[in-house]
Every structure is written in structure tokens, then in C-alpha cells.
Design a binder for this molecule. Structure first.
Ligand SMILES: Nc1ncnc2c1ncn2[C@@H]1O[C@H](COP(=O)(O)OP(=O)(O)OP(=O)(O)O)[C@@H](O)[C@H]1O
Length: 316
């Protein structure tokens, strides 16, 4: 478990973290999201004792991480994916970290395999692509089999195969009962990876809740229906006080109801339904709305409704 309690970190006049409180729990993949400069990396560094808080506390499994006797066996962290000697091979790098933390060669081979690096294990890490470097960083973080894993932007530089690998790996780590805290800017990816979200802006928590709750809460209970009997359905639903939008003769958009209710009503009325879809907002849309006031660095071409990333799932 990672506990962050009223954490404050000032750099001169910059309030990098301004009263951050949240808990990342075991068995759950917690997504740590926020615009550039929101304070995510500073918080992660504070948890690892790499930054001294101005005030507030952080704890790992109930203790101050700085007092840990075996820190790498307690938290596996990826903060800077390129933090290794570039002239060393991946295998030599892992063996040297392994020797420092009391982990043998067999475990090195296991994490090389886990990270998909076995075939390039004897190449100098300096020749690695950004994605391979990320894989090596993650392999290093898992060497000592830690119960807590904290990854800052792990999918940076990874190709689709690597992104899928991170998704599967983080799920597996959480299913094994580990605490997994992962920051990312890729919302469509986080939507598929995280169970729980801590969204931050301006050094503070904006929302801290399960992903499904956040999406349901902010999507407003809309349902999309395609039916040859749309008008009959629209009349019956309207009579129940449900707000109905009919944009095409056979398409309805309903607000303040559920797919189950509409499906049951259609059955009672003997109306065929060809599509019945709860409308959910994409995490990208929700993130943009929640953090609009907290964005420090915004390009001049940004618009209010501009999911930059194709999610393909916004209205599914
Ligand atoms: N060592 C430092 N010295 C001075 N200012 C810093 C330092 N580290 C971070 N900051 C500032 O603190 C704020 C928070 O930075 P931080 O890197 O924690 O944000 P972040 O959410 O991780 O951002 P990003 O998504 O861009 O990585 C920023 O304004 C940043 O410029």
C-alpha cells in the first residue's frame, strides 16, 4: 500500500505538490493522471524518499520508505527509464543490481524473459531503443519481487506490443496482490489498464475513485437506441418523464435511464431493438473536462473539445 497524506512540496516559489492525499491499495492498478506539471513525479519521488517534503507524509506498507532495510525488495520503481550505464549489457546491468540486492542469476534470467529482452540481453543498453530501455527499467524494478510497484510513464516509447505487455504485466502484478501505481498521459491506454484513478492538477487531487464509477458518474446515464419502432419507444419513454432526443427516424438518445430499462420496455411493447448501447464518455474526454482549470502548459491551438488521441471507444 502507498499512502500519501497532505503532502506539500515547494521548489522556491513553485508549489509542485500542494496538499496531496490518496492511497494506492494492494490488488488494484491505480492510475495516477494529471496534466504536465501537476506534481505526479514529485509525489512519486517523495514516496521513494528522493525528495524531502515541505510538509505531509508518505508511507509504503505503513512505514516511512526511507527507513526500509531492503528498499528494492519493498518498492519496484521506474522513474527514469534510462537510468543505467549505457556501456553495460542488459544482463550485466541486471546482474549488478541483482548482486546489490541479493538476487541471483536465475532471477535475472526470469526478469529478462518477463520483459521480452532475452534475445538482446548481451547488447549494451546504450544501443537500446527508448522502448527497450523502458523494458529494461521495468525489468530492473521487478528484480527483487517487490510487493509495491510504482511506474512513472512506463509506456513512454513503447510500441503497441510493448503497451499491451505493460497492460498485461500490471494486471498480473495486481492480481498477485501487489500495489501498482502507474502514471501515464495515454488516456485510452489507462482506460484499459487502471482499476482506480487518482487524477491530479495543480499539485492536488481532483478525483480519487474507481474507473467505472468515474465514467458512470460523469457520463450522465445516456443510452443510445436504434430501433425500427423508435417513435413508439420514444412516446412511451417520454410518458415516463425520460428525456428523449430523436435525431434520425430510427435513432434515439435517451437521458436519465438505463439500457436494461429500455430493453425491458421494448420487449413489453413488442418493439424490435437493433442496437442498445449505454453511452459512456471516454476517459480522454473526462480528463480534459476535469483538468481544464489545472492545465499549466497549454498550446495555443488547443480547443475545448479536442481529444488528441483516437480512442475509438468514446460512444461505444
Ligand atoms: N527539481 C525541481 N526544481 C524546481 N522545480 C521543479 C523540480 N521538479 C519539479 N518542479 C516543478 O514542480 C512542478 C511539478 O512537476 P512534476 O514533474 O512533479 O509534474 P508531473 O505531473 O510529473 O509533470 P509531467 O507530466 O510533465 O511529468 C512543475 O511546475 C515543475 O516544473
Amino acid at each position: 500500500m502507498i499512502e500519501v497524506d497532505d503532502l506539500v512540496k515547494h521548489y522556491g516559489t513553485t508549489r509542485a505538490v500542494d496538499g496531496m492525499t490518496f492511497t494506492a491499495r494492494p490488488g488494484v492498478v491505480t492510475g495516477f493522471l494529471g496534466p504536465n506539471g501537476a506534481g505526479k513525479s514529485t509525489t512519486m519521488r517523495a514516496v521513494l524518499g528522493l525528495d524531502t517534503p515541505t510538509s505531509g507524509t508518505t508511507r509504503v506498507n505503513g512505514k516511512d520508505y526511507r527507513s526500509s532495510a531492503a528498499p528494492l525488495a519493498e518498492v519496484g520503481a521506474l522513474l527514469d527509464g534510462r537510468a543505467f550505464d549505457r556501456s553495460r549489457t542488459a544482463r550485466a546491468h541486471l546482474r549488478s543490481v541483482g548482486a546489490a540486492v541479493g538476487v541471483g542469476k536465475r532471477r535475472v534470467e526470469e526478469v529478462l524473459d518477463l520483459a521480452g529482452l532475452t534475445s538482446v540481453a548481451d547488447r549494451p543498453a546504450g544501443q537500446f531503443s527508448l522502448g527497450m530501455g523502458q523494458r529494461l527499467g521495468i525489468a530492473t524494478s521487478l528484480l527483487a519481487d517487490p510487493p509495491v510497484v510504482m511506474l512513472d510513464e512506463p509506456v513512454n516509447g513503447l510500441d503497441p506490443d510493448g503497451i499491451t505487455w505493460i497492460r498485461t504485466l500490471t494486471r498480473q502484478l495486481a492480481d498477485e496482490g501487489r500495489t501498482v501505481l502507474i502514471s501515464s498521459h495515454l488516456m485510452s491506454e489507462m482506460e484499459q489498464t487502471a482499476d482506480h484513478l487518482v487524477i491530479v492538477g495543480g499539485g492536488r487531487v481532483i478525483t480519487d475513485e474507481p474507473m467505472d464509477d468515474l465514467i458512470a458518474r460523469t457520463s450522465g446515464g445516456a443510452v443510445h437506441v436504434v430501433s425500427p419502432g423508435a417513435s413508439v419507444l420514444a412516446e412511451a419513454l417520454g410518458a415516463q418523464g425520460i428525456e428523449v432526443e430523436q435525431d434520425r427516424s430510427d435513432h434515439l438518445l435517451l437521458h436519465g435511464t438505463t439500457a436494461a430499462h429500455v430493453g425491458d420496455l421494448a420487449r413489453d411493447l413488442g418493439v424490435a431493438v437493433h442496437e442498445l448501447t449505454p453511452r459512456r464518455k471516454s476517459l480522454e474526454q473526462i480528463f480534459m473536462e476535469l483538468t481544464a482549470d489545472a492545465v499549466t502548459y497549454r498550446s495555443h491551438t488547443d480547443t475545448d473539445a479536442a481529444p488528441a488521441e483516437p480512442t475509438g471507444d468514446s460512444d461505444a
